[in-house]
Design a protein around this ligand. Structure first.
Ligand code: SAH
Length: 325
């Protein structure tokens, strides 16, 4: 539009502050505001519905401008508010226990749509959100270019200025992207969905394991820790009879011994279609103790939103039964 470059920053700042129309951008000349209204789109995500848990967790169903929808979850912690956002509409990875992947992937989210998940929820809650996890619907490393663009945007001090250290990206284990990520974003936290203590166990739960085997994955994680000096988090969803035995704990401890890491044990959120069950509390406790006793730091994830459809992808899948806002 032949405008000076600083106008772009002005507009970016307004969008990050939650402006929904050029009319609100009071430091732009009227002629530019009008030209923007004619030439640019200011669509934003629509909050279609939300579920509120008694613990303050809020899970949102967000409508995109093409009629698709994704989910985001707002959580309160002692250290501040945290938001979990989606990176794709659906998911192509096919993990057996996950609701997001039922029906496959419809499309990738654009960087601006990920940013808008954050902005829309800040606006709705009226609160600041200083932690971000990319653990909603989708595989972030299957959408790497838009993910990178988004991370740079949300970190940009001219806009939201979220610290890289307060952001965690979770992946099912796409090894070449783990390597690129360590170079591109060494300060952003990395979480790996491991969910198994052997290649065989992992293949039975996660098709991605056939493309990038466990040995290669763990080698990349070790290298990531050495490169960035940051602790890798391993997510391990405990599934009754599949990966929760003491033999599994033993194998896992052996694999991770001496590594700069943390294991986050997640009680499975049962998804009806999968037929899989969560491990009993005592089994989870025994699993955790075994790891801890053998030098691998492990915690059982605190459950937030247990009284709502808290598992990844459940709200979108069940959206036809949602109460409209
Ligand atoms: N695709 C990325 C991020 C999204 S999933 C990844 O795989 O890491 C976020 C986390 O939730 C992953 O660890 C995933 O394995 C886990 N998850 C998916 N379905 C779950 C369920 N039903 N119960 C518990 N955790 C689940």
């Amino acid at each position: 539009m032949g405008q000076p470059a600083y106008r772009e920053k002005q507009i970016f700042k307004w969008i990050c502050r939650g402006a929904q129309s050029p009319d609100e951008m009071s430091d732009l000349p009227l002629s530019l505001r009008n030209a923007l209204k004619e030439n640019a789109g200011f669509e934003s995500l629509k909050i279609l519905s939300f579920q509120q848990s008694s613990d303050g967790t809020r899970k949102y169903l967000l409508g995109l401008d093409d009629g698709n929808c994704v989910e985001a979850v707002f959580m309160r912690y002692d250290y501040g508010n945290s938001l979990c956002i989606s990176t794709q509409v659906g998911c192509a990875m096919g993990c057996r226990f996950c609701a997001s992947t039922i029906g496959g992937k419809a499309r990738d989210l654009k960087a601006w749509e990920m940013l808008d998940e954050y902005i829309a929820i800040c606006r709705d809650t009226g609160e600041s959100i200083n932690h971000l996890v990319l653990m909603g619907i989708g595989e972030p490393f299957d959408n790497y270019a838009e993910l990178s663009h988004f991370l740079k945007d949300i970190h940009d001090p001219e806009g939201i200025g979220l610290s890289y250290r307060n952001i965690t990206v979770s992946t099912c284990g796409i090894v070449p992207k783990i390597e690129a990520f360590g170079d591109d974003f060494p300060q952003v936290n990395l979480a790996i969905s491991l969910h198994a203590s052997s290649q065989e166990e992992r293949e039975a739960l996660m098709p991605v394991a056939r493309a990038y085997d466990m040995e290669r994955l763990l080698r990349a994680c070790r290298a990531h820790g050495e490169k960035t000096g940051r602790r890798v988090t391993f997510e391990y969803t405990l599934i009754e009879g599949k990966n929760d035995s003491l033999e599994s704990a033993r194998a896992l401890a052996k694999l991770l011994k001496g590594m700069l890491c943390h294991v986050n044990l997640i009680p499975l959120n049962p998804v009806a279609e999968t037929g899989l069950k969560a491990s009993a509390r005592e089994r989870a406790e025994a699993f955790r103790s075994y790891l801890e006793d053998h030098g691998v730091p492990a915690t059982i994830r605190r459950r937030l939103g247990a009284d709502i459809d808290a598992a990844c992808g459940q709200l979108r899948k069940n959206s036809s039964t949602e109460v409209e806002r």
